[in-house]
Design a protein around this ligand. Sequence first.
Ligand code: UDP
Ligand code: MG
Length: 324
Amino acid sequence: MKKKVLISIPSYSEEENVFPLYQALDEALCSVYDRYEFEFLFINDGSTDHTVEKVMELMEFSPYVSLIDLSRNYGKETAMAAGFDYFNHDALITIDADLQHPPATIIEMLNLWEQGYEDVYAKRNKRNGESWFKKSTSRWFYKVLEAMSDAPVLADAGDFRLLDKKAVESLQELRETQRYTKGLYSWIGFKKVAIEFDANERLHGETKWNLGSLIKLAIEGITSYTTAPLKLSMYFGFLVSFAAFIYMIYVLIKTLILGADTSGFPSLMIMMLFLGGCQLISIGILGEYLGRVFIESKGRPLYFIENKYRGKAFLDDKKDEITK
Ligand code: UDP
Ligand code: MG
């Protein structure tokens, strides 16, 4: 029996990359077609271009291509979750549609999986074509996250990874709507191993990330992964009140000895503004967590599917199941 491997490809306006990606995957994987049966699942995340039409065209050409068409743009994290839910295979590989992840790495991943690893993640060792700004912000982000959380954070490890059935079935159970998938991978555990790859430049189109969405993901990463900011603001509150207490004693003694004077307005102002600022930040942090509780408490499903098309090669499987 061939092992079944699902290749999950979240795609948002990637019409120009659909065919090149399939070609690259086919070329890289054809040498192991005798051992594995791949299903190439495009997850259309509310594209504004003709990604769906392109994938349908590809489906005419290859029976191993399937398509999930989400009802709108939910973001990559949710699109990946749709891939996890679709999974009914032996292993899953998530890969970007823009060919930044070299398909040849998949062969290495499969080898490590055969050796018993359940989460084989690819780390990029060079970030070709990414700006200095993006590189340094992401480095700092991981440092901060690492410092604040208990579970190890895997810096530079993206979503390009192979997950064993066990790991995917665990991820299927994590239904939070505000997802930071990289945090989830390390939270579920399982035997992990890293391999390195050289990230390429995007083949066509532009990255959909901008500073705003990166900040949003960073806040999501921190607040969905750790409650350290809440503690931090409490510690800081203690520190400031302690300092204020010392200062109070100082002022009290000074007034008793030297009498009251009206000077000290600037220092008063500074203290008030500073404390006001700290309070607003703490309330903001609290609000961020409370907002998350509010959203999760609605218990909404993660996404809705507009259409689902399964590759012709797998339709027979279903018939088998029915007759059994
Ligand atoms: N993507 C998605 N939904 C989105 C944004 C991106 O499914 O809302 C997909 C996109 O099509 C690509 C992958 O996520 O396959 C990575 O996106 P992108 O290349 O824009 O990010 P970057 O590589 O710059 O981190
Ligand atoms: Mg990209």
